[in-house]
Design a protein around this ligand. Structure first.
Ligand SMILES: NC(=O)c1ccc[n+]([C@@H]2O[C@H](COP(=O)([O-])OP(=O)(O)OC[C@H]3O[C@@H](n4cnc5c(N)ncnc54)[C@H](OP(=O)(O)O)[C@@H]3O)[C@@H](O)[C@H]2O)c1
Length: 271
């Protein structure tokens, strides 16, 4: 896909991967619609894109509200008249073993944002994407493919999204394309600091650190953009993650041990 001149919508553009992707799309000559709940953040992102000569529109959007997703699409069509790519990036996480959870209500939020929020965006964007042979990109995770301790609700929401997008890709083969970016841990975003703790709050109780296995934000974004250009259906970042489905099928016990120790290495202390 040629990025220059195309219209991209990025959800979760106020921070981390979404923010960096928005800037990079704009630098490559795309028109970028920046969507998230925090208006001041997306306004200043959009202004900074315009300040280097890029084209951008900020639309305050809570992806859990269908009406707001419809508004995001309507505002995009009003200004740019087409949609070429929808980046499903808005997301929230958690850090707690299931049995330690004292308030389970945040499982609802995880499903509403990570899964149903993405469904809302696809539902409202699909007719427009079909007209341009457009693309849906998901900033997915290894946790959409296998279980991960301390992340049960997040894992479930990302599995749901993976299942939904695989189906959409089959139902609309030849009309739209889907790219799932299967990511490991990415440094330099706010996902961990905003993750739900065992009590349902976002007050940090589990201290986390990134190991040398983690990937930088720039590296991650560059690879996603290259995968869009190359019309890939999936990209594993880092590349060794492509072994996951194979290991899960033939070496499940080994994989589960590796995942468990990777989680332990990312935790400093646990209260
Ligand atoms: N960082 C990683 O290691 C990693 C690994 C694999 C996959 N991912 C995925 O990558 C995506 C981006 O994560 P990140 O690491 O960049 O996290 P981040 O820095 O915390 O950014 C999350 C973004 O999601 C937005 N968001 C949250 N709830 C929303 C809602 N209801 N409506 C609209 N936007 C909402 C936030 O904006 P507002 O709060 O302003 O709404 C923010 O812009 C997530 O889907 C995450 O699961 C991340």
């Amino acid at each position: 896909m040629v990025i220059k001149g195309k219209v991209f919508i990025v959800t979760g553009a106020s921070s981390g991967i979404g923010k960096q992707l928005s800037k990079s799309f704009a630098k490559s000559g795309a028109h970028v619609v920046c969507a998230a709940r925090r208006k001041d953040h997306i306004d200043s992102l959009s202004d900074s894109i315009k300040s280097f000569g890029g084209s951008s529109l900020a639309v305050q959007t809570d992806v859990t509200i269908l009406k707001e997703c419809a508004n995001m699409i309507e505002k995009t069509m009003e200004l740019y008249g087409r949609i070429d790519c929808l980046v499903l990036n808005a997301g929230i996480s958690m850090w707690s073993k299931f049995e330690k959870i004292t308030n389970i209500e945040f499982f609802d939020d995880l499903i509403k944002v990570n899964y149903l929020g993405a469904v809302n965006c696809c539902y409202t964007a699909l007719p427009h994407l079909k007209k341009t042979n457009g693309k849906i990109v998901s900033t997915s995770t290894a946790q959409a493919l296998i279980g991960f301790p301390n992340h049960s609700g997040y894992v479930a929401s990302k599995h749901a999204l993976h299942g939904f997008l695989s189906t959409l890709a089959m139902e609309h083969r030849g009309e739209i394309s889907v790219l799932e970016a299967v990511l490991s841990w990415i440094r330099g975003t706010n996902l961990r600091n905003n993750a739900f703790e065992f009590d349902g709050s976002k007050d940090i109780k589990t201290l986390k650190k990134h190991t040398k296995e983690s990937v930088s934000l720039n590296d991650c974004v560059e690879k996603i953009i290259q995968a869009i250009k190359d019309e890939k259906r999936e990209i594993y970042i880092p590349g060794k993650l492509r072994l996951l489905p194979f290991l899960n099928l033939f070496f499940k016990n080994y994989l589960e041990r590796k995942v468990k120790s990777a989680i332990d290495e990312n935790i400093v202390t646990e209260e």
